[in-house]
Ligand binder design. Structure first.
Ligand SMILES: Cc1ncc(COP(=O)(O)O)c(C=O)c1O
Length: 415
């Protein structure tokens, strides 16, 4: 009766179940929390409510690409981004996109779904970073698309090994996804890496999907000798830049995302011609959210500083705690909302995560969730250390309590 693509093997996730039990009992120290609406940030609620309740919400104006004013608000976001320090990290934009290049969706997941449908036939292949965002596997599976992970090396700032990536392409390769900064490694693509990837993608007729949802959350990112601010050429390959207010304004419940279409004009036009009927079949972004787009984006100016401050404070506290236990190391967090800590490989990452939950009530993600268990060490062998991924978003008091409980337990195990 059911499709093969939904024939998942439903096996219980023991860690998640144990965490749910612990939560129900009270006393879960949750370091997996990345839902910003549960982390105590203050939103400009009256302004957002007013924006969602305009008289025009009773008028239906079906627009496959999204209402022009909402797309204009998105273009203005990029314009504003150019005028701040953040302008040093853009890759896909030779200038600011015009609203005509913006396509609204009900979130980045939906953007991925549309783009995979646009670019791939069943069995085609899309290349994604590993370590990387686990939901991509599900999103690709739902479109009958195969994923081929390309490794990022922790020993060289999580760079892509481009010759190895090129060697892994097959006749079914259709697109490459880059996450800028990547989840969970927090790494931004470098300028040279970007330009080389674009050339390679154009040569192999691959589309490039750039997911920038964490773009605004730079932490330890450093400019390389100012060259990052020189203007970049228009992408050589057909390129889609994804983002949305789920992370920009920390409002995942408002379901407003988009992709910006870049690259050679003929290809971009051909893509637009196909996208229009596709998005017209769904018209999924609701009118109140589109009418409120300007305000929802403006609200980031109040929300992002709170999140930035939280991320920095928690990262500094994490470092203080890690300094008490030399066997623990964290990877640099160039950006994003998470940190990766390396723990001695006396247990697997899953065993560490279960132990931490059972014995100290601390819930964090084992690295294999993100493919961190597949990494090789500097000599090319399977890495012995285990990786644990933790969110930097929880309220600082909760975060500190959880981190010290975790480190206390880890120290007791490695003595
Ligand atoms: C890298 C990345 N892309 C996309 C998303 C999802 O974005 P949205 O809520 O807009 O679907 C997430 C959510 O955590 C993410 O980590």
């Amino acid at each position: 009766m059911f499709s093969r693509r939904t024939g998942w093997e439903f096996h219980a996730d023991a860690l998640a179940e144990a965490a749910a039990r612990r939560r129900a009992m009270g006393g879960l120290l949750d370091l997996t929390e990345t839902n910003p609406t549960r982390c105590g940030f203050e939103y400009p609620q009256s302004a957002i409510r007013a924006a969602l309740a305009q008289p025009d919400i009773f008028l239906y104006q079906p627009e496959p690409q999204g209402l022009p004013a909402a797309r204009e608000a998105v273009a203005n976001y990029y314009q504003a981004r150019r005028q701040t320090g953040a302008a040093e990290r853009p890759l896909a934009f030779a200038g600011t996109p015009r609203s005509e290049a913006v396509w609204l969706t009900a979130g980045s997941s939906e953007s991925y779904a549309h783009l995979l449908r646009l670019l791939c036939d069943p069995g085609d292949c899309v290349h994604v970073p590993r370590p990387g965002y686990p939901l991509l596997e599900m999103l690709a599976g739902l479109q009958d698309v195969e994923l081929a992970p390309y490794p990022l090396s922790p020993w060289s700032n999580w760079e892509i090994d481009l010759p190895a990536f090129e060697a892994s392409l097959t006749p079914r390769s259709r697109a490459v996804v880059v996450i800028h900064p990547n989840n969970p490694t927090g790494s931004y693509l470098g300028r040279k890496e970007w330009l080389e990837l674009q050339t390679l993608a154009a040569r192999h007729e691959l589309a490039v999907i750039v997911d920038e949802v964490f773009y605004d959350y730079a932490l330890e990112w450093q400019s390389t000798a100012g060259i990052e601010s020189e203007p970049l050429p228009e992408p050589a390959a057909l390129t889609f830049v994804l983002n949305g207010i789920s992370k920009i304004t920390a409002l995942p419940q408002m379901k407003l995302g988009w992709f910006v279409l870049r690259g050679p004009q003929a290809l971009a036009q051909a893509a637009a011609r196909r996208l229009e009927p596709m998005l017209d079949s769904f018209l999924s972004v609701d009118t109140p959210v589109q009418l409120a787009a300007g305000e929802l984006l403006r609200a980031r100016l109040e929300v992002q500083p709170q999140i930035q401050a939280r991320l920095r404070t928690n990262l500094a506290l994490l470092d203080q705690a890690l300094a008490t236990c030399p066997a623990l190391r964290r990877w640099k967090v160039s950006g994003g909302w998470q940190a990766i800590v390396r723990v001695p490989g006396i247990f697997s990452d899953e065993e560490w995560a279960r132990k931490l939950l059972a014995e100290s009530g601390v819930h964090l993600h084992p690295g294999h969730f993100y493919g961190l268990d597949q990494m090789q060490d500097a000599a090319g062998a399977q890495m012995r250390a285990a990786c644990l991924v933790l969110s930097l978003l929880p309220p600082t008091q909760d975060f500190t309590r959880a981190v010290s409980a975790a480190i206390h337990l880890i120290r007791s195990q490695i003595k």
